[in-house]
Structures are given as C-alpha cells and as structure tokens.
Unconditional design. Structure first.
Ligand SMILES: [Zn+2]
Ligand SMILES: [Zn+2]
Length: 257
C-alpha cells in the first residue's frame, strides 16, 4: 500500500481510501470502460483528504489543454459582445454574457483538472513509511431520501471522456427501497458548459430559418439542437435540485470511525 507524506501535518500517514470504479461515459451515456487514473487519499493523523492522479503526468496535462482554447474563445466572445453592445445592445450583451460564462467555466475546468497534479506534488510518496493504523475512513456522507430517512452511498462512478474527468455520480439507496443519484459540483459545472454551448449553437442555427431560402434540413438541425438543449436544461435543473434541495446532506453522518 502506498503511503504519502501529508501536506497538512507533514506526517508520513496518508493512505489511499477509495478505489474508483471507472467508466467512460458522456452525460450519463456509457461508452465503454477505461481508467480514470485518480486516487483519493486520507491522512490517518489529521484526517486531511486529497486526490492524486495516478496516470502519467503528460496524459493528465492533456485535460487542461483541451479547455484552454475555450478560455480564449470565451474571452474573444466577451470582448466582441461588449464592442458591439453600443450598436446592438441585446445581441452584444447576450454574446458577452455567454462569452464570460464560457471563459469562467473553462477556467474552473482547468483548475479542477490541475488540482490533483498539484496534490500529487504536494503530498509525495514516502517509500519506507510503515502503513499507519486506520483512524479515518472515507465513508461518503449520507443524504436525505424522499421518505425523510438518511440514505447511505451504495455506488460511486467517476465518469470521464477521453481521460478528462466529467464528474462523479454517487448513488444512494434508502432502506425504504428508493434509489437516487447525486452529481458532484464538477459534474454540474461540466454539464453547464455542454448545455450552454448546445443552446448557443441552436440559437445560431435557428437564426437562418427566418431567411427566405431556409432549407428543410436547416429546420431539422435547428429543431434537433433545440430539443437537445431543452433536454439538457431539464436534466441540469433536476441534478441541481437533487444535490442542493431534494436530497440535502444529513449532518454528523459518516466521515470518521
Ligand atoms: Zn495529515
Ligand atoms: Zn427512503
């Protein structure tokens, strides 16, 4: 078992506490399986938690690089929107708002992906350290079921697309038989990005429908994208409601033995 030096208390007592069952998927649709390459550690002296990337550093860096162009595109849309806001306020401000949102979410994406790399470096492997006695586990906190009882986590799936993590989904099963899934904040951020991009593409496509030479294919494309965008928004609202409203955390459950 790998022991790492804890960055918080400087003791050689941090051990891996979670195996990540991984699957390659996109917005809930499974497309095979592959390694996510991340490990959750917990320090057995102070209880500090951190996540490291087990995969090669180059592959881990590929994730943030994918999102960097979106930071640039978002920034350019923001500037372009602000410039044209004087002559066309609705179009300019709309474009600027979307550009700003895209840039902000992309920056969050880069930070989320670079975080585990920083933790890998801050909490180095302690090669000769003995395995410490187990004081803290990593039982995820329970969430409230629709029936009012606390429901424990029965399954955790870390989703990824081309080795880019796209969120973690925890399934809770209650003793009343109900089952519900809650996404982590990163999953919600990633989903916001996808829904925002699809919505804007749908809006741009529907723009051409008001011209005289609009083709049947253009209607199908715009209609399909609009449906996709609407479906994405409904799923997004449902996931946000599940996490923050329908299934709140139950206080004082889990975390310590
Ligand atoms: Zn510690
Ligand atoms: Zn229940």
């Amino acid at each position: 078992m790998t022991v790492r030096t804890c960055a918080s208390c400087k003791h050689d007592t941090a051990v891996s506490v979670r195996d990540w069952p991984s699957q390659t998927s996109f917005m809930g649709l499974s497309s095979g399986s592959g390694p996510v390459g991340r490990q959750d550690f917990r320090c057995q002296s102070c209880g500090a938690r951190f996540t490291v990337r087990g995969a090669a550093v180059l592959r881990a860096l590929a994730g943030p690089l994918v999102f960097l162009p979106f930071v640039g595109i978002g920034g350019m849309l923001l500037l372009g929107g602000l410039t044209s806001a004087a002559s066309e306020p609705a179009y300019g401000l709309g474009l600027a708002a979307f550009g700003g949102l895209l840039a902000a979410l992309s920056v969050l994406a880069c930070m989320h992906l670079v975080g585990p790399l920083v933790q890998t470096w801050r909490n180095p492997v302690a090669p000769d350290a003995p395995v410490p006695p187990r004081r803290f586990d990593d039982t995820p906190p329970m969430r409230r079921c629709a029936c009012g009882k606390p429901a424990p986590v029965t399954k955790i799936v870390a989703e990824s697309t081309n080795h880019i993590p796209t969120g973690t989904e925890s399934t809770h099963t209650c003793e009343c038989g109900r089952e519900f899934a809650v996404n982590d904040v990163w999953g919600l951020v990633f989903m916001s990005m996808v829904v925002a991009i699809v919505t804007v593409v749908a809006l741009f496509c529907s723009d051409s429908l008001f011209e005289n030479d609009a083709t049947w294919g253009a209607f199908v494309l715009a209609g399909g994208l609009a449906l996709l965008s609407l479906g994405g928004m409904i799923a997004w609202v449902h996931q946000v409601a599940s996490r923050f409203w329908l299934h709140p955390l139950v206080p004082d459950a889990g975390s310590q033995n």
